[in-house]
Design a protein around this ligand. Structure first.
Ligand code: ATP
Ligand code: MN
Length: 538
């Protein structure tokens, strides 16, 4: 394992209000790996990676995510059930309780930063109760070198105390766990949950406010990679739609798998220094880059091991959201530093559980704006008894839970940048084909990759009637043929073998789009409104 920055520097946490703690500052990943095992908080798997259980929470808890309503945020944030306000005084009291809780304890502190572009660098200090959470911070944020560390001055602080249990009555929280952003104090305060994703998405949410408000830069919930000719591609999508999977492409250099900024200097940069991949059903054959990244230095979360320490990626007995984090250099083909030029192609990934959207289609600029504001994917009912219908789920900007501003703000910025850069926008259905969830099957990863490659290699032909068919319900342009993909797969209707059932379901989805878009109608131009589905159920 690479031992990143070693330092003899020592720090005090007095100014954070944490007293007499036994501070482990900037330990190497090796040390944190060993300490985690010594403390029986994790085990080493056969590939050398560390495996931990994150405890009660194995995913984010969006209902317990708050933003302190203060001078900076009160008139800027889009308040509601996504951005839930929290009183400054209540925050101060809870913050005091958390730092008291951490005082006298053994704690793990790491200085790191976000944003690969020097001009946007955000210095972060992460203070963790657990060694593996601190190792996660090392994997996911950017790692300062020794000289940067000498003069390091943290701007934002992440205080992460999974063992701290809040009292909702007294602390103003919804329940015992919380993740609260305070833009005046520049603190992300996380307690009662050990799910590591809260740490990275806390800073992501902060940047989603800071960059558009103060730096005129568009933050995006997307992955990004670069081809041999230097052409950048970005992939937007909600959780589970394939951002991490599809950006790991051996023929293209990875910029990042989840969070990027698009500057006015025509560049795209990664916020992070690592990847956080889903590992459910992971196989070396289908996803070799991610599979091989799971080595010493990586942290697996909530997976099940056999007696030889081999991971069983099919086993979802703890959660479907099994994960691995690793520093980006665990992937062979990466862009260093993690910066690319303006994208040439933008992919909107959606896992359509109705199985009615084409596996790939080209969008007009108006359709692109419409689909970005809508942020459609589908949540499958899964194992819940009696629930058979997939639920459409709309999440503006393909990342509403992390976007403090009104979606129109990000959409306007994106539309403008797309126009200036002259990008092509594609809607990719990585979800169901041949019928809805329960009847059809998930689109083969092999086919999705082939479709994306065809776009990137310019193999889909001219944008004309000979090469594209306009979908009668959604109005998007679906290619008639694509190298490496059976032609029948390209037409979702053809895969169903039941036109009536297909159209009935397609109308169900187009109606859901229309219903969802109502709340944005007053913000959208006539042109954008017409970017939605063309036909609705009677
Ligand atoms: P998050 O925002 O939570 O990190 P993500 O968009 O990065 O989510 P991935 O981690 O890439 O999502 O998850 C996609 C999952 O779907 C993977 O487990 C992948 O193996 C699976 N999958 C199955 N079929 C496809 C397909 N056709 N395209 C993409 N992914 C697919
Ligand atoms: Mn991902």
């Amino acid at each position: 394992m690479v031992d990143y920055t070693q330092t003899t520097k020592t720090i005090s946490l007095d100014k954070h209000g944490i007293k007499n703690a036994k501070i482990h500052y900037q330990l190497s990943p090796n040390q944190l790996h060993d300490i985690t095992i010594e403390k029986k908080q994790g085990v080493q798997v056969s590939s050398g990676a560390l495996a931990v259980n994150t405890g009660e929470f194995t995913g984010r808890s969006p209902k317990d995510r708050f933003i302190v309503k203060d001078e900076i945020t009160k008139d800027r944030v889009w308040w509601g059930n996504i951005n839930i306000p929290f009183e400054p005084d209540t925050f101060d009291k809870l913050h005091d309780k958390v730092v008291n809780y951490l005082s006298e304890k053994e704690i793990f502190v790491r200085d790191c930063y976000a944003c690969a572009d020097e001009n946007y660098k955000l210095n972060i200090r992460v203070i963790n109760e657990y060694p593996w959470s601190n190792m996660f911070a090392n994997n996911m944020f950017l790692r300062p070198n020794e000289s940067e560390l000498e003069t390091f001055s943290p701007e934002w602080n992440v205080i992460n105390a999974p063992g701290f249990i809040a009292d909702p009555e007294e602390d103003g929280t919804r329940q015992h766990n919380f993740a609260i952003l305070n833009f005046t104090k520049k603190i992300a305060l996380i307690g009662g949950t050990g799910y590591t994703g809260e740490i990275k998405k806390g800073i992501f949410s902060a940047l989603n406010f800071i960059l558009p408000v103060f730096k005129n830069t568009l933050p995006m919930h997307c992955s990004a990679n670069i081809g041999e000719d230097g052409d950048t591609a970005i992939f937007f999508g909600l959780s589970g739609t394939g951002k991490t999977t599809l950006s790991a492409d051996p023929n293209r250099r990875l910029i990042g798998d989840d969070e990027h900024g698009w500057t006015n200097e025509n560049t795209v940069f990664n916020f992070e220094g690592g990847c956080y991949a889903k590992v459910i059903n992971l196989s070396e054959e289908n996803e070799p880059d991610i599979f091989n990244a799971i080595k010493s230095g990586a942290i697996l979360e909530n997976v099940i091991l056999d007696k030889n320490g081999e991971v069983n990626f099919e086993d979802t007995s703890i959660t479907q959201n099994t994960r691995v984090s690793y520093p980006i250099d665990h992937i062979d083909n990466i862009q260093v530093p993690s910066i690319g030029k303006n994208p040439k192609n933008i992919f909107f990934l959606t896992a359509d559980a109705f199985g009615v959207l084409p596996p790939i289609s080209k969008l007009t600029p108006a359709q692109a704006a419409y689909h970005f504001i809508s942020g459609y994917t589908a949540k499958v009912a899964g194992t819940e008894a009696g629930v058979k219908e997939p639920q459409p789920s709309f999440s503006a900007c393909f990342g509403a839970p992390f976007m403090p501003l009104h979606p129109a703000k990000y959409a306007e910025m994106l539309s403008k940048k797309m126009k200036e850069a002259g990008v092509n926008v594609w809607l990719v259905n990585t979800g169901w084909t041949g019928g809805p969830y329960g009847i059809g099957t998930r689109m083969k990863l092999k086919y999705t990759r082939a479709m994306i490659n065809a776009v990137l290699n310019g193999d889909l032909g001219l944008y004309d009637y000979d090469h594209y068919h306009i979908h009668s319900v959604f109005g998007v342009a679906q290619p008639r043929t694509c190298p490496g993909v059976p032609t029948s797969v390209l037409s979702p209707r053809a895969t169903w073998n039941d036109d009536q059932a297909y159209y009935k379901t397609a109308f169900k989805l187009s109606n859901a789009f229309r219903e969802n878009f109502k709340k944005f109608e007053s913000y959208a131009s006539e042109e954008i409104r017409r970017g939605g589905p063309q036909r609705y159920a009677f």
